[in-house]
Write a protein that binds this ligand. Structure first.
Ligand code: GTR
Length: 326
């Protein structure tokens, strides 16, 4: 009896799912490198729920997590081409494509997460999002990416000098290559998915990332030293292919933009919780954490990076505007 009842319930549930799916006139395929349950993934899923509800079931989003659609650099190209509809990525891999995004990827440009929020939630944030439209993309929203710090398999980094000679993976952006070089290390740009095995086999000594990525990628299993130098606070960004966006009516475009914006506070809340949970897990695993490092030599070493990348009047003015925000 119970058996038949549960089969009946399961059939009903799947019938309901088929009906809901059938009602979606358009399902946007959205890419993410992170696994199920990671705050960037759940935020876009939440956005999908809002969109479906507000469009009476016409517009849906399917999130392909865990890099199912590819690594970030490739999925960005595919989103520009319209092969992928939506993409949640770090702003870093856009640096070599959209110059203006560099200003949010400069080491120590943001004083804190609050400072970053004040910048991206204001006019400067909107201006950078608008730049995506010149590159086949529509910038929808910024998500949190915490602060990134160095980890490695060799030794605790207790001062800038300890970085000398260490080989670090960075995201595919010249800004980050120059950042590591300026600190005396060797930078290797590499897709995220290759980092674990590259540390394990000694191709690189380490990488840099925030607590949730350090934890969810399992990098902490092969890199037992984490130094909280917090050199980067790079926001994450949610973009849509302009090809997909342009097919929508003005009303639906507004629905998409609003649902994306409304997912931001939810994402921020989940991010905070995940940061704490990931930190706890990494600490419990016995990773050696250097917390009270003197950041001044790190900050001073970044002068040539700014000089090399902030060259146009436009970028110089953006940097000044960011620094002037509270
Ligand atoms: C994470 C970020 C990802 C990806 C990754 C990386 O913090 O959320 O989008 O950029 O870092 O280092 O490649």
């Amino acid at each position: 009896m119970t058996y038949y009842r549960s089969i009946g319930a399961a059939l009903l549930a799947s019938a309901a799912m088929v009906t809901a799916a059938a009602a979606c006139e358009t399902t946007f395929r959205s890419s993410d490198t992170h696994p199920e349950g990671y705050p960037t993934v759940t935020a876009v899923e939440y956005m999908g729920e809002l969109l479906e509800e507000r469009s009476d079931g016409r517009l849906c989003i399917e999130v392909f997590h865990s890099a199912q659609l590819g690594e970030e650099k490739d999925t960005i190209e595919q989103t520009q081409l319209g092969v992928i509809d939506m993409n949640r990525v770090s702003l870093g891999p856009f640096n070599n494509i959209i110059e203006e995004t560099k200003v949010f990827s400069l080491p120590y440009i943001f004083r804190s997460t609050d400072h970053m929020h004040n910048v991206v939630d204001g006019e400067i944030g909107d201006a950078i999002l608008a730049e995506f439209e010149n590159h086949g993309l529509v910038g929808l929203a910024y998500y949190d990416g915490g602060s990134r710090s160095f980890y490695n398999s060799q030794k605790p980094i207790t001062s800038k000098d300890d970085i000398e000679g260490l080989k670090f993976r960075v995201m595919q952006s010249d800004v980050f290559v120059d950042m590591v070089d300026a600190l005396g290390g060797n930078a290797t740009p590499m897709p995220y998915g290759e980092v674990y095995s590259s540390i394990q086999t000694g191709v690189i000594d380490g990488a840099e990332n925030n607590w949730p990525s350090f934890e969810s990628s399992g990098h902490y299993e092969v890199a037992g030293y984490y130094t909280l130098d917090q050199h980067l606070i790079v926001p994450e960004v949610l973009v849509m292919s302009k090809a997909a966006y342009d097919k929508l009516s003005a009303e639906d475009q507004a629905l998409v933009r609003q649902a994306a914006k409304d997912s931001v506070p939810v994402m921020r809340e989940q991010w905070e919780a995940r940061e704490a949970a990931s930190e706890e897990k990494v600490r419990a695993a016995g990773v050696e954490i250097v917390e009270d490092i003197d950041k001044t030599p790190f900050i001073e070493a970044m002068v040539p990076v700014y000089e090399k990348h902030v060259t146009s009047e436009k970028l110089k003015s953006l940097v000044e505007q960011i620094q002037a925000v509270d």
